[in-house]
Design a protein around this ligand. Sequence first.
Ligand code: ZN
Length: 256
Amino acid sequence: MPRPRTYKTRAIVLAHFDLGEADRIITLLTPEDGKIRAVAKGVRRPRSRIGGSVEPFAELDLVLARGRNLDVITQVSVAHAWLRLRDRLDSTATAWYLGELSDRAVEERGGAHPVYGLLRRACQLLDDGMAPGRVARWFESGLADSLGVRPELDRCVECERVLEEGDRFRWVPAFGGVLCANHPPPPAESTRLSLDALKLIKAYRRFDVEAIAALRVPAQVEAEVELVMRDYTRFILEREARSLAFIDEVSHATDR
Ligand SMILES: [Zn+2]
C-alpha cells in the first residue's frame, strides 16, 4: 500500500530559519517521529494563513504533505499557546535553551522519544510561572535520564566509597559522577561540589517536579548546581548550547 500523501502530527517548534523570499524551514519535535524539518510556505507574507502560529514554543496540530526532500506544512492549529511563557524574558530564554537541547538530543525521524514529553511539560511549567532555573535543571536531569545517562551521586566513582557528611569531593563528568579526595590530583575537567549541591542534584533526579518547585535552597547552592548541570549537559551532548549566552545576558540584566 502506498504511503498516504499527507499526515497529521502534534509538534513543538524548536527553531526556524528563512528560506527564499517568503518561506521558512521549521524544526519540529514530534511525539512519534522525533525531529522533523518541514517547510512553511509563504509564511512570511503578511496575509499568510499559517504565519503567526508556526512560532517556537507552542504545541501545534499540523497536517503535512510529504515532499521529495522536506515535507510541507499545509494546516496548523494551536493546541497550547503557552502565552505567559513569552511574557517573561527569563522564561523565554530558558525555553530557547531547552529547545536547543532537545534539538541536539533527538535525531531526525528518530521515532518516539521521551524528550517530547519533557519539553512539553517544561513549557507548561514555565507558563505556570515556575522559576526558570528550576525548570532548566529539572529538564537537564530528565534529559540525561532519557538518554540513558545516570551519573553516580552516592559513591566515589573510583573507590566506591559511600560519600558522607564532611567528605570533600569533586564532580567529574568524564568519570560519570563524583570523585572523593583520596585520588589526587583532581582531573582538569572537574568541579568541587558541596554536599548541599550534591543533595539538590539528587533531588532533581528523584523528586517529582512539584516537590522540586517547592524546595527552599540558598541561592549559592542553586548557582553551584547550575554550573555543574550545565557542564554535565554540555558533556553529554558534546557541545555548548548557544542559547546559554542569552540566558546569562537576561539574568545579568535582571540582577542589576
Ligand atoms: Zn574515592
